[in-house]
Design a protein around this ligand. Sequence first.
Ligand code: MV4
Length: 664
Amino acid sequence: MFSKILIANRGEIACRIIQTAHRMGIRCVAVYSDADHDARHVAMADEAFRIGPAPSSESYLRADKIIEIALASGAQAIHPGYGFLSENTDFAKACESNDLVFIGPPASAIAAMGSKSAAKAIMSEAGVPLVPGYHEADQSPDKLREEAEKCGYPLLLKAVAGGGGKGMRVVNNSGEFDDALAAAKREAKNAFGNPDMLIERYLTQPRHVEIQVFCDQHGNAVYLAERDCSVQRRHQKVLEEAPAPGLSDSTRKAMGEAAVKAAQAIDYVGAGTVEFLYDVDESFFFMEMNTRLQVEHPVTEMVTGQDLVEWQLRVADGEPLPLEQSQIRIRGHALEARIYAEDPDQDFLPATGILRYLNTPDESGHVRVDTGVVEGDEVSVHYDPMIAKLIVWDENREQAINRLVQALEHYRIAGVKTNIRFLHALADAQPFREADLNTGFIENHHDLLFPKSRLDIHKALVLAAGFILQQRKAGARQCADVWSPFARQNSWRMNSEYAQPLRLQVGEDLHELKILERDENFQVFVGGSVYHLNARLDDDYLQAVINGHRLSVHGNLHDDQLVLFYEGDTFSCTVYRETFGTQDLAAEGSLKAPMNGAVVAIMVAAGDTVTAGQTLVIMEAMKMEHAIKAPADGVVSELFFAEGDQVAEGNELLAIDVTEEETT
Ligand code: MV4
């Protein structure tokens, strides 16, 4: 076995490879760009070398530099991970010519899958099922039209040189064909420099089911079950699972054997994936083959109990496959959710920033987190915005989904927008639970996947108030320095009844709160209601009782940004510094005279029921009238002045027993 390998990658996959290599007693050399000098993969490796500036083209794609570093460091092999140089035939060849083992397939196998039409020809020859259609060299429009008629409609035009969903066009009937063909050719010529087209019968509700294959250097080949990756967004996988729900043992076997044939047809070695379109009638068709270890390989590891990186290392070192086909069993069900730095509310725009707060679920036999970042790291524009893969396993699919939902609730990130809430909605959606899967899942269930917040806005604001005030108090207690801003809160009176204003901005809306506080108990006035809050804060964990409803949230306050986490949902707001100059604000909702003046009208009597915002008393000062309004619903218990009386600023004018509101 190798004693030292170089990992030509970054992020979670570099970390994941290092973990297995270390378990096998192999030393690891990392490489890094300027953006990654403090990255987790660098810290985990035994040694690490700088390649160059942050852009991939100047770092992780620099085959020449990486080979130079491998040779200088004494590594015997290079693991390319996925992406970057993993499917680059020149890199695989360059490794070989420098006596470095490329931990992947032979360059010839990578090349064979590079062209769609060539790949289809090989697969057709090998007896692997293809979508009915046309994939030959004659590209004359007459020939293509003739083949289209043979194929039938709807059909799909695919660019021979395309991939990953690029260069595809649906043609619904023969009337559309000529224009569609011309347009598709133009696009393909522009995008790939090659206008050639394939024609396929268009499957309207296919699933993406892929088979993990493994081949050694001695001609042995096995399949390690399948993964269903139908839940995608713009050809980006979002959720993957193994096994594929509802796939019969006989179809699994047929698909597995077809995948092994596909791999053997190109003299494959190592880990590979054969992707199939799986139709509603259980027929399946070869789509493409990925000649690398894939992002979603962990779900296969969870259901087979095998470490695929260990298999890769053994195979690359010339060992036979660790298991024969008959020894490979699947147990239970695994799911993987890809956690991305992106904003689902802005059409999944990639997000960047610093991971100010990062809590991952506890790992166990049921929960695995593959990640390349730690709290404080930056998600930059330079690389893929995937933050982590959350992988769960359980005895059956239903329990595995429950695990995923729970683990997503424990995955908390502040500082960078993420898709966690979206993933939570996805995993918890009824059609997903029912395994009603196809590649249109996200589009078809859009409404379910962008649910309303689980927290009522007022409750969220009340929790926010509790979190902010209790954290300030904890800060003040910790801070002996009297000049500390925490000690200087001049609206703050420990154990006194004193209404403090708090302004919280949520999106476009500014919410003004008033808070009376005694120890752990608060009365929070917001939007005409009063909430009784008991709040205990332990580090980032707030245990609250709001009007008799006990609930708990986690939170993070960084500068003026507060994020609360509740059952997979987040509530974010901006906290305004109190502005004591705004007398109106301080007076509003208070039953005290805002200034010296006269009571000109009293609109209520003792015993009256009043509603929030109702005018109670009118005062006059400096020839202007001021309305004193009810801060909340309640009953007037006492009036302290009569019409015509002079009052001083700060005098209580009347008292109200605030109605305790039951909220849900
Ligand atoms: C198809 C298809 C329906 N019928 N081919 C998209 C990516 C590319 N590799 C193949 N793709 C498709 N090919 C036929 N004949 C539907 C898709 C497709 C798809 C496939 C797998 C996963 C997600 C997808 C999303 C949209 C379309």
